[in-house]
Design a protein around this ligand. Structure first.
Ligand SMILES: Cc1cc2nc3c(=O)[nH]c(=O)nc-3n(C[C@H](O)[C@H](O)[C@H](O)COP(=O)(O)OP(=O)(O)OC[C@H]3O[C@@H](n4cnc5c(N)ncnc54)[C@H](O)[C@@H]3O)c2cc1C
Ligand code: FES
Length: 275
């Protein structure tokens, strides 16, 4: 019987410094058969570990259309992520998963999509957006609305250049520096643009908890239905597979039934951050 908790080694092929505390790691499973069989939905996560240090849930940040490797964008905040940041190309990370329920794809074909990200929340949405880009003709308008505290923190420069050409990209910063020519404020402000579609549109949102309250309020004001707003939630996790009961929102587990929930589901579960 396959043991759910046994991770697979993956080799670090490349490391990109995104900003002062965030790096994107490009990885490939050491066993080619494991790499070949590895499929996931954007919004799903893996449990990433280092022996004798610990394990942390991290979202897949590449599109599942990329088969040769996968990417994890990791901000260093504590024990595991600091240790991961000390690794070099050629070192190993230990991976189990993918786990959880990601953002919808087939169900929303033909619709417009708003991907709304704050800070490191762009990591899972990068996976969503690059998959949508790959299947652009099957969707309506695709908007990426992205905000961070200041320009030096903005992630995925190369992707943003492509999205600016191929999709509708809007970026906002809370504080400007001399390089910043874009709008100033929080990501909710980008929703004031009258071009943003509402009819036949779904919103996929990932960012800090405080952002959800204001983004959801604005989307509802614009006329979005609760079931068309998808939010990715974070909880502290242990098992990642619905066994240890560490990560509940009401009666559901973020690792198993989420991390992506509709606003309707989150409110039914009395998730306080979305009222
Ligand atoms: C589904 C999911 C997807 C995620 N995706 C990403 C991603 O793509 N990229 C990314 O960078 N991060 C992601 N995270 C967040 C990441 O898993 C956490 O930041 C993780 O805690 C890092 O582990 P660590 O050992 O480095 O930090 P920790 O040592 O766990 O510390 C992290 C922070 O939590 C605080 N903390 C420690 N223990 C507790 C506790 N018991 N209760 C409350 N706070 C505590 C610490 O003070 C510190 O500020 C994701 C989390 C989830 C649930
Ligand atoms: S992390 Fe164990 S139930 Fe979710």
């Amino acid at each position: 019987m396959k043991n759910l908790y046994v991770p697979q080694p993956a080799v670090i092929l490349d490391i990109t410094e995104e900003n002062f505390n965030t790096k994107t790691f490009t990885l490939k499973f050491r066993d080619p058969k494991v790499q070949e069989a590895f499929t996931f939905e954007p919004g799903q996560f893996v449990q990433v570990s280092l022996p004798y240090i610990g394990e942390a849930p991290i979202s897949l940040s590449s599109s599942p259309t990329e088969k040769e490797s996968f990417k994890l964008c990791i901000r260093r905040v504590g024990n595991v992520t600091n240790a991961i940041h000390r690794l070099q190309v050629g070192d190993l990370l230990w991976i189990r998963g993918p786990y959880g329920r990601g953002f919808p794809f087939d169900e929303v074909k033909g619709k417009n999509v708003l991907a709304i990200a704050g800070g490191i929340g762009l990591a899972p949405l990068r996976s969503v957006v690059n998959r949508l880009l790959h299947h652009k003709n099957e969707f309506g308008e695709i908007y990426v609305l992205y905000g961070d505290r200041n320009p030096s923190l903005l992630l995925f420069k190369e992707d943003r250049e492509i999205w600016a050409r191929e999709l509708n990209l809007r970026v906002i910063c809370e504080a400007a520096d001399e390089t910043w020519k874009g709008p100033i404020g929080v990501v909710t402000k980008l929703l004031e643009d009258p071009d943003i579609p509402v009819e036949n549109t779904v919103a996929m949102v990932c960012g800090p908890p405080i952002m959800y309250k204001f983004v959801c309020r604005k989307l509802l004001e614009l006329g979005f239905k609760e079931e068309d707003i998808y939010l990715s939630f974070e909880r502290r996790m242990k098992c990642g597979v619905g066994k240890c009961r560490h990560c509940n929102i009401g009666s559901k587990f973020v690792c198993l039934h989420g991390p992506v929930f509709t606003l309707k589901e989150a409110r039914e579960l009395h998730e306080s951050g979305v009222f």
